[in-house]
Design a protein around this ligand. Structure first.
Ligand code: NAG
Ligand code: NAG
Length: 531
């Protein structure tokens, strides 16, 4: 039983502990109520790392060296060029067999008067983009030789405002009177989760903590209990932590980020793939209702309950109805990519199958095969083949390389072909761009998106935007038929003629110009080559 005085003391202790808790809590919250997320060029740590690297690089300046010629073209120099192959005369068939590489210079999308201003603005936007998309986790960090410090270089991660044990810290040096290490952070605080005898800890709960001991094993034991708490809320960044002892400094990073929130789709019951549950067919139409109806009828023959999403920017739209059909009317002439974007935004299945409105499904249009590829690989998107009326089947496989080009922008090199065969799928290969008949993971396709600024002639632009985030395949055994693209003018229906006028305007140079302008500014290319 407590005596009255003890009770009073106990009460005071509880209240003051509570109060100090509140004070501590509000101080702690108050300490960082404003987080600077403005675009800043470089921080101190980045400068320090760069200086150390330069110092190392300059250390051996006086030792002569001989460049190796065979490597001259291989190393990236920020100086890419776009070179076309010369025209071959009198050999038209050679061009068909071995397509000639042509080069395009994109700054020509702008006139000489406006170009300097465009260049300046592009450079500014690019700088900000780089700052937004980089974190200290992208910094080059060199572990210097013979450091007595042991620490994790990469792979430490903390959730925003939470606490972790830092793994792997240690000190290995000759015995001396006093062993000291310092830890310094910029976005969080250190503490210890347990105390070890014979070790002095200074600065617990702050951004700078010092551990010292005359007993090295005890110090190392204590280092196993060092915790890091993120106190500055700024997810998707990293704290650059400095770990020091006399004469040596190591730097490592702790990534600060939320756990990834997955977006999963229930594939339905086991067994064969249920295409209606897994796939939505998306298309964009403009004027060609006869073609569209042909497509829908052909799909229904094989997939009676799969949902078809249609985006339509015809001036005077006609109703398109039927079970499992969603027809979205858009403002007149919004354009090709805007329509693709709208259609894809309405998909609620795991996969989206893109088709053009003048395609026809046949017995060879086995969507299951494409689903199988995406279900059993890590690919994000897989294209099929399109059979023309002439019988010719096209897969339109492309590879793309973005080569560094410094101030002027980068060079884009597009070539027909693919990177490698796909193991386990003898009809499939891996490439960077495919034909406009493809199955994609809905989330990934949305993530890249179809830039609505591309109104008329556009296709590869989607894959160029996706370069670096889309992993693309192509299979030639899933074939859709194309109804007459190359038709003689007198054989065209009225809607065909109106369509041709709109989709392929006679002044298509305007459209090329605006696409080139986007390549130049948005994608920051200076030029591109293709064959
Ligand atoms: C460690 O930090 C303390 C206090 O900030 C400082 O006096 C000392 O010089 C530092 N030691 C090393 C090795 O960095
Ligand atoms: C396939 O999926 C659709 C749509 O989710 C569902 O209505 C149908 O019952 C499923 N079929 C089978 C055989 O599971």
């Amino acid at each position: 039983m407590m005596r009255p005085l003890q009770k009073k003391v106990f009460l005071v202790m509880v209240v003051s502990a509570g109060l100090s808790g509140i004070v501590y809590y509000t101080q702690w919250l108050g300490a960082h109520t404003t987080v600077d997320v403005q675009l800043k060029p470089r921080n101190k740590m980045e400068k320090l790392l760069q200086e150390r690297l330069q110092h190392w690089e300059h250390k051996f300046n006086t030792i002569p060296y001989q460049p190796k010629e065979s490597m001259a073209g291989v190393l990236v120099h920020n100086s890419c060029v776009c070179e076309g192959e010369p025209k071959r005369i009198n050999q038209p068939f050679m061009d068909l067999l071995f397509p000639r590489v042509s080069a395009q210079f994109l700054h020509t999308a702008f006139n000489a008067a406006e170009l300097p201003e465009i260049k300046h603005r592009r450079a500014q936007e690019y700088r900000n983009f780089q700052i937004r998309s980089k974190t200290p986790a992208d910094l080059l960090i060199i572990a210097e030789a013979n450091s007595p410090l042991q620490y994790p270089i990469q792979g430490v991660e903390v959730r925003p405002l939470q606490t972790i044990l830092i793994p792997g810290l240690g000190l290995q040096e000759a015995l001396r009177k006093l062993h000291i290490v310092n830890l310094t952070a910029t976005m969080g605080t250190f503490d210890v989760s347990a105390e070890v005898e014979g070790v002095k800890v200074k600065g617990e709960g702050s951004m700078h903590m010092t551990l010292s001991s005359s007993l090295l094993p005890n110090l190392n034991r204590q280092l196993q209990f060092v915790t890091y708490t993120n106190t500055l809320f700024h997810p998707n960044t990293a704290d650059t932590v400095s770990f020091e002892t006399d004469g040596h400094q190591s730097i490592f990073i702790i990534k600060i980020r939320h756990g990834v929130t997955p977006r999963l789709y229930n594939p339905g019951s086991k067994g064969d793939y249920n295409i209606s549950a897994l796939v939505t067919i998306a298309t964009k139409t403009f004027l060609r209702y006869d073609k569209l109806q042909g497509l829908i009828d052909s799909i229904r023959r094989y997939y009676p309950t799969v949902t078809i999403v249609i985006a339509d920017d015809t001036e005077h739209p006609k109703p398109v109805t039927g079970p499992y059909i969603e027809h979205y009317i858009m403002p007149f002439g919004k354009g090709w990519f805007a329509g693709r974007n709208l259609a894809v935004s309405q998909v609620s299945t795991k996969y989206v199958l893109w088709v053009d409105d003048d395609f026809i499904f046949t017995a060879k249009t086995k969507v299951e095969k494409l689903v199988d590829v995406l279900e059993r690989t890590t690919l994000d998107l897989v294209g099929g083949a399109v059979q023309e009326v002439t019988g010719y089947t096209a897969t339109f496989r492309q590879t793309m390389v973005r080569e560094d080009g410094g101030e002027e922008g980068d060079c884009l090199h597009i070539r027909r072909g693919f990177h490698h065969a796909l193991q386990g799928f003898p009809n499939c290969v891996v490439c960077d761009g495919v034909i406009n008949f493809f199955l994609g993971r809905t989330e990934k396709v949305r993530q890249v998106g179809f830039d609505p600024r591309l109104a008329r002639v556009a296709h590869l632009e989607f894959f160029i935007d996706g370069l670096g985030s889309l992993h693309v395949g192509s299979c030639d055994d899933v074939i859709v038929s194309h109804t007459s693209k190359i038709k003689l003018p007198w054989g065209q229906s009225d809607s065909d003629k109106a369509y041709a006028k709109f989709r392929y305007p006679s002044t298509s140079s305007d459209s090329t110009r605006s696409n080139n302008g986007l390549f130049y500014f948005k994608n920051r290319f200076q030029c591109l080559t293709s064959n």
